[in-house]
Write a protein of this length. Sequence first.
Length: 115
Amino acid sequence: MGVNRQDDRRADLEITVEHTQAGTVRCILRGDVDLASSARLQKKLDEIIRSRADRLDLDLRGVDFFDSSGLNLLLRIRTAAEAAGIELTLVSPSTAVARVFEITGAGAVFSVKTP
């Protein structure tokens, strides 16, 4: 299976997007998802949703810091993906993400996969 990979690397957050022939887009995050990086991440995820992929896997295992702006972004993306008919799965949320989900209870509204 072929994969088309694009990297967007900046100081606080690295975003890697892989498109598979099966219609799945995998977005791999490494670094901080916070107020400083959320606008750039929102733009990238909006592009993926507009591409009408069948599925979006958001790999969160490399997220070192995650705040309320990151949570708000994920909630917005969940709504947009659902409206577009795209299956959104959060893959391997890091300890930082899991902690915010635990405190807020927001993890219950996401499909989470831990391979």
